[in-house]
Design a protein around this ligand. Structure first.
Ligand code: GDP
Length: 590
């Protein structure tokens, strides 16, 4: 287990914790914790639950070492490993994910390995990122999962670790161990696979790989060259220095795992990328865990299924079969499957449908169980028409982004207004999205996706507002403002003065001329008033004009006796008190 830096206070938290409770554990004001969450793009109120990963990152930023309370060990969700009997199955390539702190060079390293080690540089294929790619070293293949980004989404990183055999932890030699480095190490350990540390950016003048080794040793990862058992390689994604050595080390540690797969029978695996293509429909990159995947097979993944229409390898070359350890591009899904979900081949369309129906029922039951405390009240209020909804259509680059957005938007509500996601899908903004947003009177939001200029013109013509974002909290800020503008303004009433009626001189249908003494405050023409008859309010009206000593005046103060011309249809009697007030409106914030 990783040892904490001894100067840090260790706090333990469960899988999920309310923000307020977390602040109490840290002995910090809750506003400080909320502020830190906001800096990291998480909008959460005091009663909202945050997951352990978020708590760990926020805690680390605030100088704490946050550890998870012991939880029951469960079978990793996305794990590809199948228990095979001794000697059963055939060897398969290792599946490798690159993880680490933002800006430490994950993308650069993946790109560097790809460009230097993928031999077949066919036109187009090489630059297309499909969620995974393969390299060949000598006789052996390695599969790299190519989705290191979206650092905000720890869910993705978690999936990333769980479907992999080897995690390459990238640490920048000029920056050292950071919160997300620790998180990546934790996920890699949880996933139970092997780990290789790539100490990156050694070409930089400020690089200090020894310091990085020291910091990692403090965490319990002692480099082999210091007598420990963690393989660490100094690399540069920029100059490509030691990339070969890194790959050799990945193969070496993968051998410890004795990676074999069942090579016959129905295929199974994990979804590593998915999107909606305007021409091809749902497209998914899947990793094959076991068996052989063929064109025409029926696959079930989560609550969708496919009859495999076409298979492509990672260079988008058409293939007819895909084998264990390979990434394959699959078309034919009915809906876009979710990143990290398992898939399995089944015998027939009928079997696929039955499985999907069962899965949908399970998901419904699960979502009832984990509903937020006030969610049932919220949906009841929506159906009762008390809540006004702000409709949005969401398009995002990946399923993981969509999940994170849905979570971030779900918290934006109060007893009057809420966001309603009328549709959400993976992929660039298409004409159909604009049409849908128009029909639903919705704001069309694109997250990390593109909007073609011709579609921008179409949206303008149709009066559909389209907003593109790359940062979650900018999106949530804007939507919070939009919702705030839908809130009924706060009405603030101020009592300006009181007057006791001493005489009623003339009464018409809609006006009264009367006189009295100001007992409190100040009267001005234009003010509204209530007629207080004993303890009752007998009517309302407006002060039309005011006289003092038979002269028209603009104001009367406490102690003044004055004549009033008021617009009212209420009966005003001797001894009544007129309570003069003014009303101002103040915009509210969600
Ligand atoms: P990621 O956020 O971990 O995916 O990091 P990126 O791959 O986007 O890299 C962050 C920045 O570091 C970019 O500006 C890269 O050009 C730079 N970078 C990455 N690797 C190296 C390296 O080995 N040497 C140098 N000098 N810069 C690097």
């Amino acid at each position: 287990m990783a040892l904490a830096n001894t100067s840090q206070i260790v706090v333990t938290v469960p899988e999920a914790i309310a923000v307020g409770e977390f602040a109490t554990k840290l002995e910090l004001p809750v506003s400080k914790v909320i502020g830190e969450l906001m800096k990291n793009g998480v909008m959460a109120t005091i009663n909202e639950q945050i997951d352990f990963d978020t708590a760990a990152i926020i805690g680390a930023e605030l100088g704490f070492d946050v550890q998870q309370e012991a939880a029951p060990v469960s079978e990793p969700q996305g794990s590809l490993k199948q228990h095979l009997a001794e000697g059963e199955g055939t060897p398969r390539p290792p599946i490798v994910a690159v993880m680490g702190h933002v800006d430490h060079g994950k993308t650069s390293l993946l790109d560097a390995i790809r460009s230097s080690h993928v031999a077949d540089k066919e036109a187009g294929g090489i630059t297309q990122h499909i969620g995974a790619y393969q390299i060949q070293k000598g006789e052996r293949w390695i599969t790299f999962i190519d989705t290191p980004g979206h650092e905000a989404f720890s869910a993705l990183r978690q999936h990333g670790a769980r479907m992999t055999d080897v995690a390459v932890i990238v640490v920048a030699a000029d920056d050292g161990v950071k919160p997300q480095t620790k998180e990546a190490i934790r996920h890699a350990k949880e996933a139970g696979g092997q780990m290789v540390v790539a100490i990156n950016k050694i070409d930089k003048p400020g690089a200090d790989p020894t310091r990085v080794r020291q910091e990692l040793s403090d965490l319990g990862l002692v480099p082999e060259e210091w007598g420990g058992d963690t393989v660490m390689v100094d690399v540069s994604a920029k100059t490509h220095q030691n990339l070969d050595k890194l790959i050799d080390m990945v193969l070496l540690v993968a051998d410890v795992e004795d990676l074999r797969a069942r090579s016959e029978g129905p295929a199974d695996g994990v979804v590593v990328e998915s999107h909606l293509d305007s021409g091809k429909g749902p497209v998914a990159t899947v990793l094959i865990g076991n068996g052989v995947l063929k064109v025409g097979d029926y696959l079930v993944s989560g609550s969708t299924y496919a009859k495999v229409r076409s298979l492509g390898d990672f260079r988008s070359k058409r293939i007819t079969t895909a084998h264990p350890g390979m990434p394959a591009i699959v078309t034919g899904f009915k809906a876009v499957p979710s990143f990290g979900d398992r898939w399995e081949a089944v015998a027939s369309e009928q079997a696929a449908r039955a499985r999907v129906a069962a899965q949908t029922r399970r998901e419904q039951a699960k979502s009832l169980g984990i509903k937020r405390i006030d969610a049932s009240g919220l949906s009841a209020a929506i159906s009762a028409g008390q809540i006004r909804e702000f409709n949005v259509v969401l398009k995002a680059d990946t399923q993981g982004s969509l999940e994170s957005l849905a979570e971030a938007l779900a918290v934006l509500h109060n007893e009057e207004v809420a966001i309603k996601v009328v549709s959400s899908a993976v992929g660039d903004i298409a004409e159909s999205d604009i049409a849908f947003a128009k029909t639903a009177n919705a704001l069309l939001i694109g997250f990390n996706v593109a909007l073609h200029s011709s579609l921008r013109a179409l949206a303008n013509r149709d009066g559909v507002q389209v907003k593109l974002y790359r940062v979650i909290y900018e999106l949530t800020d804007d939507l919070r403002d939009a919702l705030s503008s839908m809130l009924a303004p706060e009405v603030i009433e101020t009592v300006n003065g009181l007057l006791e009626i001493k005489g009623v001189f003339k009464v018409t249908k809609s006006a009264v001329v009367c006189g009295g003494t100001v007992t409190q405050g100040k009267l001005e023409p234009g003010l509204k008033f209530r007629v207080r008859h004993g303890s009752e309010v007998s009517g309302e009206g407006t002060l039309a004009s005011l006289q003092k000593d038979k002269q028209s005046t603009k104001e009367a103060f406490e102690g003044d006796t004055c004549g009033l011309n008021v617009n009212t249809n209420a009966a005003i009697e001797l001894g009544d008190v007129l309570e003069f007030y003014s009303v101002t409106e103040k915009a509210r914030q969600l």
